[in-house]
Design a protein around this ligand. Sequence first.
Ligand code: ADP
Ligand code: MG
Length: 587
Amino acid sequence: MTQSALAQDDAADAAPQSLTDGFHLLIDALRLNDIDTIYNVPGIPITDLGRYAQAQGMRVISFRHEQHAGYAAAAAGFLTRKPGVCMTVSAPGFLNGLTALAHATTNCWPMILISGSSEREIVDLQRGDYEEMDQLAIARPHVKAAYRILHAEDIGLGVARAVRAALSGRPGGVYLDVPGALLGQVMDAVEGEKSLIKVVDPNPASLPSPEAVTRAVDVLSNAKKPLIIIGKGAAYAQCDDKIRELVETLGFPYLPMSMAKGLLPDTHPQCASAARSLVLKQSDCVFLIGARLNWLLSHGQGPGWGEKGGKSFVQIDIEPTEMDSNQSISAPLIGDIESCATALLDAIGTTWKKPDESWTGAVRDKVIGNVEKMAPRLQNNNSPMDYHSALGVIKQTIADNPDTVLVNEGANALDLTRSIVDVIKPRKRLDVGTWGIMGIGMGSAVAAAVETDNQVLAVEGDSAFGFCGMEVETISRYNLPVCIVVMNNNGIYRGDGENWSGGKDPATTVFVPDSRYDQMMTAFGGVGAHVTNADELRQAIGEAFASRKPTLINAVIDPAAGRESGNIGNLNPQSVVAQARYPQART
Ligand code: ADP
Ligand code: MG
């Protein structure tokens, strides 16, 4: 032992066993509230916090960039119905993590971002501290709640506040500011233990009023062409059997939103995904279960929604102010989904009359027709592939391995995977969420593997992958069963992007052609594969699933496959001036 190590050992012996400190109180408070995993990037002042958490039996997953640690925590919150915890260093690390915390809040997922921060006395007088920033003030507008803990004896309180704020009512992101000095504070161990709080009933049931239930049954029973839309709030609620019972008892066609796919299997006879346009247009009553009428549903209006005023709406949501946010809700059911579904089932009893076959049969016929039309496109073995040939393989993979967690992001890679690949089980699809952000892929994949231990398949556009690609090292380091398929069409949207630079520079939307993303995984000891047709892709995925080794498959897609901005090109602003000035524009 060196001299200084000996001296440290002496100091440890001298530290009375009857003391505890901020580090350990924070860890104990998290563990007391059933939080066993932290997603983080170490650095001042939280480096030792991560080590001590590991020593105390927590799982600590260290990323290369805070944004992805944060996306992992957000996804963990969605998957487990416990707050996903991300830990970051001060200022820049905090800001990187804040993107993910805001994403969690927007998606109504429980997450806690714990960030180290600089010394209050210096920050508050703006004297220029190391990584000086008033993080609490910056976090507040982006989160459901934000707290700072200044004294070791308040750590139990701070963590309890954070856990309850994240989980209760509409879940969301919580910021917890931890000045570095707090971690080193010491206090009596017995007093410390007494100061911790285990949150009782953090997810309290919230029952709809009997009048609201009667009103909803009334509206639903008067509908001739009813439709259910199930959102990711329903997937989050983890009352899968109840939701299935409600949907099957009512007998309505239903549309799952992207991350609600699999709550009932996409192959369910009432699933209307393949007749989406028809049901949105022709239905006369829409019953929203844990889904918001936001941009993802065109705010419940426009030509796709049929005649103006031609629909009534029934909505289950835990958040009262969600009602009437876009359309008048005739029958709001404010409460948690399980309680609302139970109350509705009790109210309709055994005498419920399902909608007329003229409606359900027409929807069913449209679904069958469209599925049959799509089938041959999914079976080509062209080289390079188009999205359909690659997704035919992936669709079969998920059908054969329904416990796989499918992570998905991109533009065309997202839109086409969402519509083509059936999900069979609940909470087996993680994607870009309410904001439609790129870069969630690797963080989500890590969280899915860590939280479920299931095989993960990440279907990534080459552009989306670029936002988070360095985390393949994290996946490799923790040896996670993640198979990444990079749909490589050489660019954003398409690989043959219009070049208006006069040849001086590459087009703004293209990447280095024929890149070998697979070599990024082999660089870190994982498995790489380079495939150009469906047969090769099938084989590479088969090997990845059999071995459960970290794998990256570079799937060569025709650069001309795909559409500008995928399915949401209409959101690009248009200008008559630009149209006149650039007549060469393709779209
Ligand atoms: P999607 O994008 O899939 O349509 P959204 O995120 O827009 O889903 O909507 C989810 C909704 O679910 C939110 O309005 C949220 O308040 C609600 N929600 C979340 N958890 C519950 C729950 N346990 N009970 C009722 N509503 C919930
Ligand atoms: Mg691309």
